[in-house]
Structure formats: structure tokens, C-alpha cells
Ligand binder design. Structure first.
Ligand SMILES: *Cc1c(COP(=O)(O)O)cnc(C)c1O
Length: 398
């Protein structure tokens, strides 16, 4: 596989030519059940007719205009996102990491505009993932991502996950905010306890800090609500979104309250491509579908079904899977075997999944998955586990 692509990914030797709903069709015609969804991106599956229509109709009108002019599709999407959430204002970007950058800048600027320019540090959590720009890898704090890239961007303090005392001890005169994913996706599908989020909210209120939720992976129905914060009792001041917002078209955004965004005046931030008409048209079409009555009920129903059937598999193959985690259709199989071996065994069954930290395999089906497809997924997982268990028995006998 000689390639001129920078080899920062160890890619599987498999290419997909076409997609239909929850299925990806490889160049050789093999059909794979997609339980990765481009890592929580294709929430409405592949080639959704309404998204195709929105994109192609907009493509025939105008693709790109500068943000120096009004972009009505973007104004409409921002109105609708604010209507649906706690937020008063939206800045559109092209990716998750850029949305994180915006959230960091906005938080620092908020403190500066509040007369506290010395406050610039943000508390983050071990096992987090916030993206791959220089500031985002510093916020993520993972040595693997930081190594060799020079001094980490200043201003991030990492504390252990779910350790309130550590957070309290870390808050100092330079602290500006706290950044957390309500469910840690890359970190191993770890659900942050509600009580911990509530305690963070109280600490932020007490100390004048902004609470930032990174909902780039959890957002847009993935956890069974439009956003994960909606089933916690906690409302953030700032929220980053991306992944499923465009259903596969690159787009991200930073949402904030009026007060939190008060420092972001004309000229303080910008993006050439952010909020372009194509992305905005698709984003509106995604919302059209997700805001329809019953959409989230379907996600919750499929989640419950998945969890029940996965629990049975775990009971049958305890030597392969030890725990089922997650919310909605952001599910994790904590593996006993190396997680990569389970991913490979599932791919041999024509089902694609993705690993995460903590030796977990993530299951991220499109939210439009049907009951029948859940059944097919369960059969594939069952067969993959059986194959791994059989190998274990052979190795044990040898
Ligand atoms: C994927 C992800 C990001 C980074 O998004 P990119 O679009 O890859 O830059 C940030 N935070 C979370 C929680 C993510 O899942």
C-alpha cells in the first residue's frame, strides 16, 4: 500500500465506494454494517435522501461567500440551535478542534472582558479528547499526542476523572473555566456521573468560571437526547459541537450564552470557511430530521434493545467482554481480549466498529438503525465473540 498520504493513520486495507443507510459497500461489493458512522458523524446514515437534496440544491445556488456578508442559511441554523438549547449565540467552524479553539478563546476573553485578564487557565480531565490542534492536544493532555511537538500550549491543568477534590485544589487565581465531555468518547465511553457535573456547575458559579461541555461526539442525538447535557441536571455556559451536525459534511460550532460570549466582539475571531452555505444547508436538514417528534424515542428504543442484547452476549462470552457501557447509541464494550482483536473479529463478520481508550470497542451505529439491523449486528457480535472464545480455548489447550 505505497501511498503519498502522510502516514499518520495505520489504515485498514479496505475502501468503501458507496453507502446506504447503515451499510457501507466496499470496492469489491462486500456489504459492511457501519457501527462507526465515521466516528459519530453519519448519524443519519449514508446518502440520506433529504441530506443529499439539501446539499445538491444549495450547490446549485452558491457554495461559498465570505463571512463579511450575511449568510441566511447560517442565521437560520444559529436561530434553531439557540431555540433548541441553552445558548444565545453560535460561531460556526469546520471541525471539532476548531470549535474547541473557539471555546478556549471565548473563555479567556470572557474573563478578560470581566476585568480578570489574569484568568486564562482551563481545567480538563485525564482520558479526555478535544482534538489535534496545538491547543486541543494541550487540553487533551495525552502524552502520546503531545510528544515531539514542542512545549505544550500553556494554560491547561489536567485532573483525574471524577475527582472533585482534585478540581477544588486546582482552581486558582488564574483559572478561567472547566472543560469536560459529558460522556468521554475516545477515553473509553465513560459516562460522567450527574453528581460530578452538578458539583462542577456549583464550583464554576462560586468562582466565576465558565463551564464548557465538549459535545462534539455526544451531540445530535447520540446519547438519546439532542444533547447529552439535556438529561443531566446541568446546563453549561459554552458547548462545542461538530461531528453529526453536518451528517457527514464537515462543520463544527461553538455555542455560548450571551454573558459567556460578551468579549467576542467584531474582529476578535474569524474563519474563511466557517458557516459556509453548503454546511449550513446540510446542518438545517439534519435538524429538520432530528427535531421531528419521535426521532429521539427511536434512538432510545434502539439503545435499550442494543443494551439488552449486548448484556446477553456479555453473559455468554465473559472471557471476551466484561462490561457494557454508555448512553443512547454511544455504547462501549469493555474487552477482556485486546480491543483491537475484537474490532478485527467484528470486521471479519462485515461489521465496522472503532476502538477507544481503556481497552473498549465503541459501537456507534447511525441513529436511524432499524430493529432488524440491530438484530443483524447482535448476530455478528455473537459470532465474533464465539470465534475469539474458540481461539482462547485452543490456546488454553495448547
Ligand atoms: C472528534 C472529537 C473532537 C475533535 O474533532 P475534529 O473534528 O476531529 O477536530 C473533539 N472533541 C471530541 C469529544 C471529539 O469526539
Amino acid at each position: 500500500m505505497a501511498s503519498h498520504l502522510l502516514p499518520t493513520y495505520s489504515r485498514v486495507d479496505l475502501a468503501f465506494e458507496r453507502g446506504e443507510g447503515a451499510w457501507l459497500i466496499a470496492s469489491n461489493g462486500d456489504r459492511y454494517l457501519d457501527f462507526t458512522s465515521g466516528v459519530a458523524v453519519n448519524a443519519l446514515g449514508h446518502a440520506h435522501p433529504e441530506l443529499v437534496k439539501a446539499l445538491t440544491e444549495q450547490a446549485q445556488k452558491v457554495w461559498h461567500v465570505s463571512n463579511l456578508y450575511r449568510i441566511p442559511e447560517g442565521e437560520r441554523l444559529a436561530d434553531r440551535l439557540c431555540e433548541a438549547t441553552f445558548a444565545d449565540t453560535v460561531f460556526f467552524q469546520n471541525s471539532g478542534a476548531e470549535a474547541i479553539e473557539c471555546a478556549i478563546k471565548l473563555t479567556r476573553k470572557y474573563q478578560s472582558a470581566s476585568g480578570k485578564p489574569e484568568r486564562f487557565r482551563i481545567i480538563t480531565f485525564e482520558g479526555a479528547f478535544h482534538g489535534r490542534t496545538l491547543a486541543a492536544i494541550a487540553a487533551t493532555g495525552n502524552k502520546k499526542y503531545l510528544d515531539g511537538f514542542g512545549p505544550a500550549v500553556e494554560g491547561f491543568d489536567q485532573v483525574p476523572f471524577n475527582d472533585l477534590d482534585a478540581v477544588k485544589k486546582t482552581i486558582g487565581p488564574a483559572t478561567a473555566g472547566i472543560l469536560i465531555e459529558p460522556v468521554m468518547g475516545e477515553g473509553g465511553v465513560r459516562v460522567v456521573p450527574n453528581g460530578f457535573l452538578r458539583a462542577l456547575r456549583e464550583l464554576c458559579d462560586k468562582h466565576g468560571l465558565l463551564l464548557i461541555f465538549d459535545e462534539i461526539q455526544t451531540g445530535f442525538g447520540r446519547t438519546g437526547d439532542l444533547f447529552a447535557y439535556m438529561h443531566t441536571s446541568v446546563t453549561p455556559d459554552v458547548m462545542t459541537i461538530a461531528k453529526a451536525l453536518g451528517g457527514g459534511f464537515p462543520v463544527g460550532a461553538c455555542l455560548a450564552t450571551k454573558d459567556a460570549s460578551k468579549g467576542m466582539t467584531a474582529g476578535t475571531h474569524g474563519s474563511t470557511f466557517g458557516g459556509n452555505p453548503l454546511a449550513m444547508a446540510v446542518g438545517n436538514a439534519v435538524l429538520d430530521i432530528m427535531l421531528k417528534p419521535g426521532f429521539m424515542d427511536h434512538v432510545r428504543k434502539m439503545s435499550l434493545l442494543m443494551k439488552q442484547r449486548l448484556a446477553e452476549i456479555k453473559d455468554r462470552y465473559g472471557s471476551v467482554i466484561s462490561e457494557i457501557r454508555g448512553e443512547g447509541l454511544l455504547l462501549g464494550l469493555k474487552a477482556v481480549v485486546p480491543a483491537g482483536e475484537l474490532v478485527d473479529a467484528l470486521r471479519a463478520e462485515k461489521m465496522i466498529t472503532v476502538g477507544a481508550g481503556d481497552n473498549v470497542v465503541r459501537l456507534l451505529p447511525p441513529l436511524i438503525i432499524t430493529e432488524k439491523e440491530v438484530g443483524e449486528a447482535i448476530d455478528k457480535i455473537d459470532r465474533a465473540c464465539a470465534a475469539l472464545a474458540k481461539t482462547q480455548r485452543k490456546q488454553g489447550a495448547a
